[in-house]
Design a protein around this ligand. Sequence first.
Ligand SMILES: *[C@@H]1O[C@H](CO)[C@@H](O)[C@H](O)[C@H]1NC(C)=O
Ligand SMILES: *[C@@H]1O[C@H](CO)[C@@H](O)[C@H](O)[C@H]1NC(C)=O
Ligand SMILES: *[C@@H]1O[C@H](CO)[C@@H](O)[C@H](O)[C@H]1NC(C)=O
Ligand SMILES: *[C@@H]1O[C@H](CO)[C@@H](O)[C@H](O)[C@H]1NC(C)=O
Length: 476
Amino acid sequence: MSNTSHFRKSWLVFLLLSGVVSLCLVLFAPTLHKRLVGIKDCRTLPSALSSATKISRHPPTHCSCNGGLLKDFFKNDNGTVRRRQEEYRKHKTRTSSSLDLLLVAPANSPLQYPIQGFTVVPLQRTLIPGLGVYAPDRDKYKVSLEASRGLLSVEEPGTDGLVEGDGGNQLNITALSASGLNALLGRVHYTSMVYRLRMGDLVHFLFEKHNVTFPVVTQQPSVPIIFDLGEDINSQVTITTKTFLRYFELNTLINSIRQYYKTMKIIIADDSFDPIKVNGSDVEQYFMPPGQGWFAGRTLAVSQVTTKYFLWVDDDFYFTKQTQIEKLVEVMESMPELDMVGAVVGRNSFSFRMKYEEGHEDEGGCLLKFRGPYKETVPGFPQCSLSNVVVNFFLARTDSVQKVLFDPRLKRQGHTQFFVDAVGKLLIASCNHITIDHQRQRPGSGKYRSFRNHKEDDMHRFLYFFKSHFGCTNLF
Ligand SMILES: *[C@@H]1O[C@H](CO)[C@@H](O)[C@H](O)[C@H]1NC(C)=O
Ligand SMILES: *[C@@H]1O[C@H](CO)[C@@H](O)[C@H](O)[C@H]1NC(C)=O
Ligand SMILES: *[C@@H]1O[C@H](CO)[C@@H](O)[C@H](O)[C@H]1NC(C)=O
Ligand SMILES: *[C@@H]1O[C@H](CO)[C@@H](O)[C@H](O)[C@H]1NC(C)=O
């Protein structure tokens, strides 16, 4: 053997070995220190390289807020704790499906199948796109497909091979050539057997030692709800507010609105003890049972809006030249994914971020609030940053807020609770180029203040613990 060929051989051996070693490193990174002790540990390699899809559930993870735990307040109340657990389990059943499982596709598989975007309508037969086997020639090909929540069938099965189990949930296809097999695979249909709005099924696709899994999404399409923006700002926006005992402020607000928006509809929810009818046209005043509260009033007002957007103002705000609703509409229209834009009250833009982790099933989630918006701005509007919490002066999509609403159990305080309910549901931005003023506080508003300042900590704590399923939060 010449020196050069010996040299080449050892290079090959070296390359092969280092390939195996680096594969080991990749496969066993978590237990690296143990594995590094001896390469012979890599004898486990073949089983690790088994050609089946790896399917796993995310393990429950604990989270923490470095603070007091809400459960400490409920430790003498086993009923609440137990019911919270039960309701959370039902919530998970409602909101999770096999589509949440982690699927890892095996290496070196000759199987082709759809990995994303294959969606079927409940109870409707649909072609599975992209199925195929690409393997070196054989005398005979046999594949199986197994579904669990749907039926599999082949259109015109007779011609290219043998199909067993047609119309059931396991299908075996045998063919003498790859082209015959792929012709049959190109005609496999899936029919979901249950009517659900959204659901997942995992289909196993087997060929010799290969076993892969792909998801089928069953989705009932929903009917869109779209609004006619009409010709001007009055057909685009409704102004909404809630009042309680403050008619002087309310009239001041309405007069300031009418300086700039003469005919825009104003909806007022009023839970005063001795209600007085507000004067003026294009004003709808809804009288509520007295003292129903802050959030109940907001929800009532928003429920009556028919325009695409509504503008929320407090009854002691005051419109100025800088209160340009058109500019807020412009931001919303420029980024259709947005659900809400907040602006500035006086000098206060009051913008916060929230970090939420789902946490462990029994302990609950963790929600932390931080001052300031996200770095990301709305494209074309450097004055508007994405955010989780904004001020009481915002423009919002009516249909989006109608899906979250304001929990009427919060009567006196509770600005943040709405934004807690909106985490992960509404996309919010905070803009600092539009402002509204606050009316100066009048002497004699003491009766109002005494209502507003009434503490509701117990209710907040209960809602965070039970309704929001938090283990802890820094919101107190
Ligand atoms: C709640 O359950 C614990 C443990 O099961 C028990 O020790 C405690 O007495 C119960 N408390 C109440 C108020 O029932
Ligand atoms: C498909 O093949 C498998 C294994 O070869 C067998 O166990 C199963 O009964 C077959 N299914 C049908 C519907 O023929
Ligand atoms: C194929 O893989 C899935 C998921 O890993 C498993 O549940 C199923 O039993 C496997 N089927 C066969 C025939 O090995
Ligand atoms: C509306 O006008 C009537 C009659 O002028 C007046 O008595 C009433 O107080 C006004 N309402 C408000 C809320 O100012």
